[in-house]
Each structure stands twice: as C-alpha cells, then as structure tokens.
Design a protein around this ligand. Structure first.
Ligand SMILES: Nc1ncnc2c1ncn2[C@@H]1O[C@H](COP(=O)(O)OP(=O)(O)OP(=O)(O)O)[C@@H](O)[C@H]1O
Ligand SMILES: [Mg+2]
Length: 458
C-alpha cells in the first residue's frame, strides 16, 4: 500500500444489504471496496487483487468464517482479518483471535468502531509491507543492520572476502552477530548451493570431539555402531563453521591444524587418509592472543585460522546503531505478535542509547520483544523502558501496581518471558528450568498473554 493509492478492503458477508451499506460508507471514506458473498468468491478476489484488510462475517453459507480465516492464515498470514458477527459467542471470538484474526466486531456495526479498527489493521498491514521491503532491501542484505562506520567496514569486508576461499576468523563479544557474519560469508560464496556445516566446539564433549570433526569407523569405540562422517567430510566442497574455537582443547587443536596443513583427515579407527576441500570459518568471543600467552591456544593454528579477521565491535562502541536495531525489532515483534504499531518517545530511545547492552544485539532483540509484550499503549515512554530495563525494585512494584494481584502478575510475566528467551522458546527446556511441566507452562503463558505462533514451538 502506498500513500496515494486507496487501501483496498474486502467485505465478505452473505447479507447483500449489509455489503452495500458497508461499501457505501467505506467508499465515502476513500477506501476501495470489494465484496464477496461466500468463501469461494473471497478467495477468487484475494487472488486477483492486492487486498489490505478483510472484513469477514462469521456465519456464512457452506464454509463458515472460521474455516475461511484458517485458510487465509495459511495463504496470506500477514493479511489482517477483522471478523464480524451478530451471533458470535465469546468462545467463538476467542477462537478467532487465537487463530490469528486481527479483531472482532459485533453487529449491528458501529461506523466509528469500524473505521478505528480498519485504521489499526491498515497500520499493521503497512507494517508488514515495510518489513517485507526491509527484508528484501540492500540495507538488510545479510540480515544485519547497522549504519555506523565500523559496521560499514564489516559489510565491505564481507563483500570482498565472501567470494574467495580465504579462511576467516570472526571475533567479538557474545551477541554481536558472529554467526550472522558466518552465514553471510557462506551465502555470498560460490559454495552457497551446499549447506553451511556448523559445529559449536564448546558444546561437544571432549571424548566425542574427534569423531564429530573427522568421523569414525564402526566399532572404533564403544557406542560407534556405524561408520560416521564428521563435519569436515560433510563440508567437502562447502563451508565449515567452527564456532567457539577458543574453547577447543589443545589436543584437538593439533588435529585441526594437521587437517588444515595437509588438507587431509583420518576417521577415528581408520588408517585411510581422506582428502577434503573445505572452506573454514571460525568464531570466538575469547581473546585468542591472551590464550596463546597462557599456553591454552596454539600459535601455529591461530595464524592458520586468522588469514582474514573480521572483528565485530560491541554495541556500546557503536551506539548510533542502537536506534536502527530498536526500530527494526519493534517492527518485527509488533508484526509477529499481531499488535498495533508501537513507537518509542525520543526520551525512551535516549535511555536505550545510553545503556551499555552487555549482551549486545541479542540483548536488544530480547529486550524489545519483552517491551512489546509488556506495554499496552502504542507510544512507549521513558518510564516503560526503564521499568523493563532495570529489573524492577519493590518501589516500582508498589508505585505502579498497587494491588498485590497486579504486582504478582507483572513479575510472573517478566519471569516467564525471560526464561523462554533464555531457552530460545523451547517449551520443554523452559518448563524444566523453572520447575513446571509442559502443560502447566503452556497454561501459564496463555493466562499471561504470551502466546506466540504455536506452530513454531517444539
Ligand atoms: N547487525 C545485526 N542486525 C540485526 N540483527 C543482528 C545483528 N547482529 C546480530 N543480530 C541478531 O542478534 C542475535 C545474536 O547474533 P549471533 O548469534 O550472530 O551472535 P554471536 O556473536 O554469534 O553470539 P554468541 O557469541 O553468543 O554466539 C541474533 O538473533 C541475530 O540475528
Ligand atoms: Mg554465536
């Protein structure tokens, strides 16, 4: 939807009188209106036109509104759908909202309420369009945002280094985007038709590391039931990303060094030498030079890995990137959670720009997600931000939530959200961490209004 084009509204209702009234009043307000009497017509019109919002009756002949809604959510998940009905029960309204309806209007329709709801829905639709555009645009070419000089240099380096076979060592604190850079390097290389093979050196037990890297033959150790390839073989003619290389043991470092020097590897339990052509990208948040001094990292390996170094500075050293990231994540989460557009006041943004973000961009992302869920109003003020940013003291609880019930709910919501984020929204893992079973956690989340797209959950 652009500013000089009229927004297109599709009205689906089996009552021709109501369709005509809606058409008349909406056209007067400068909307372009399409009408359908049932599901079949609705989908025909949706195919042929760029519809911005749909007003959908609940009770319809043949397919009812909920069934149509379900199909729309599959085919056009970002299209805002406003349900309308005269006979809907609360249960139906809840059901529709859970399925992704933007709002629910009761008949007889009140013209003002219709306009307000349409306006909100159009905001959301514009937001979705913006997000699509942003994701396709050059500024987000690597799914990475940043306008600071240092980030521009990083982008230039990715551009020039990606197409080569050069080994790259990516350094930076936790949450600065090292994994994103590894993906970008692979994506813009000639090896991109093959997958990027990843292994996190800090997450694999020492005894299994050699087999994970180079594979093993059947029977080479207890538990080795079958022949197995390692990541080096799987990344043949592709890219291998060794994450957290600073946590690799000294013994394994020697083996990796040999693989790099000779281009040859040996499976555990095998005499056979295998040649592999692997492009290696490594990352660490550790200071490798310091580790070398401490005798914990091999100098020879360091020089082999560090052909090209890309360093991602912490966010506190490139504060001008903070607003770009904050706006991006606001847009992202408002769209994801089906919420109206939210904006920060200038003072609120200033608080965020002055904060040090020890968890870097991951922390910004998690923070904005919490902020979007926890604040109700469209404008987010300085106090809302402070309230979320600095874990709240008893003072804040007693000032803002006089009732014990409200304070408790506020705490619970924040606590559950944080636990979910720490566990990447893995319900089983989160439940275990906070001492709930899966269904209790699920129920709690519903009660607190932190239900995300359920299909995403493991
Ligand atoms: N420049 C950026 N623009 C947008 N999103 C970013 C940017 N940098 C990082 N992110 C996001 O921040 C989060 C953390 O990024 P990533 O996992 O790449 O960090 P990392 O440096 O590998 O962290 P760790 O050392 O903890 O593994 C991800 O959700 C990523 O999408
Ligand atoms: Mg990482």
């Amino acid at each position: 939807m652009t500013e000089n084009v009229k927004p297109t509204i599709l009205v689906t209702d089996d009552d021709p009188k109501l369709r005509n009234i809606l058409r008349d009043i909406l056209e007067l307000k400068n909307f372009h209106v399409l009408c359908a009497g049932d599901g079949v017509e609705t989908f025909k019109l949706l195919k042929k036109n760029n519809v911005d919002v749909i007003l959908l009756d609940l009770i319809l002949p043949r397919k009812n509104g909920l069934e149509i809604l379900k199909e729309i959510m599959v085919e056009k998940p970002r299209l805002p759908v406003i349900m309308i009905s005269g006979q809907a029960t609360v249960k139906m309204a809840v059901e529709a909202t859970k399925m992704g309806a933007f709002d629910f209007l009761e008949k007889p329709l009140d013209a003002n309420r219709v306009f307000i709801t349409l306006k909100n829905a159009l905001d959301k639709s514009a937001l979705a369009h913006q997000l699509d555009a942003l994701q396709k645009s050059g500024s987000n070419r690597y799914q990475m945002l940043g306008k600071s000089e240092v980030m521009k240099t990083v982008f230039e380096m990715i551009d020039s280094v990606a197409p080569t076979n050069g080994r790259v060592l990516i350094t930076g604190e936790s949450g600065t985007g090292k994994e994103l850079v590894a993906h970008a390097l692979h994506h813009f290389s000639s090896r991109s038709t093959k997958p990027l093979i990843k292994i996190n050196c800090a997450a694999v037990q020492e005894e299994l590391m050699e087999s994970e890297l180079f594979g093993h033959t059947r029977g080479s150790f207890t538990g080795a039931m079958e022949n197995k390839e390692g990541v080096f073989q799987r990344a043949h003619n592709a890219t291998l990303f060794l994450d957290e290389i600073g946590d690799m043991s000294y013994r394994m470092q020697a083996k990796v060094l040999r693989a790099l020097e000779e281009g040859e590897i040996q499976r555990v339990g095998s005499e056979k030498i295998e040649k592999v052509d692997t492009r290696l990208i490594t990352a660490t948040n550790k200071d490798l030079l310091q580790k070398i001094q401490q005798g914990a990292f091999r100098k020879d390996l360091y020089y082999r890995l560090n052909v090209i170094k890309i360093h991602l500075p912490p966010l506190r050293e490139r504060r001008e990137d903070i607003p770009v990231l904050v706006d991006h994540f606001l847009l992202l989460f408002c769209t994801e959670y089906n919420l109206i557009t939210k904006e920060l006041t200038r003072d609120a943004m200033e608080v965020l720009m002055n904060y040090d973000w020890p968890g870097n961009i991951r922390e910004v992302r998690n923070f904005i997600e919490r902020l979007v869920i926890m604040t109700q109003a469209a404008i987010i003020h300085e106090n809302d931000v402070k309230d979320q940013l600095y874990s709240f003291s008893m003072d804040e609880i007693s000032i803002q939530s006089k009732l014990y019930k409200h304070a408790k709910e506020k705490f619970e919501k924040k606590f559950v959200l944080r636990a979910l984020q720490e566990n990447n929204w893995n319900i089983v893992q989160t439940a275990k961490q906070i001492g709930f079973d899966r269904t209790t956690l699920h129920r709690k989340m519903k009660g607190l209004g932190i239900l995300r797209n359920e299909n995403e959950w493991q």
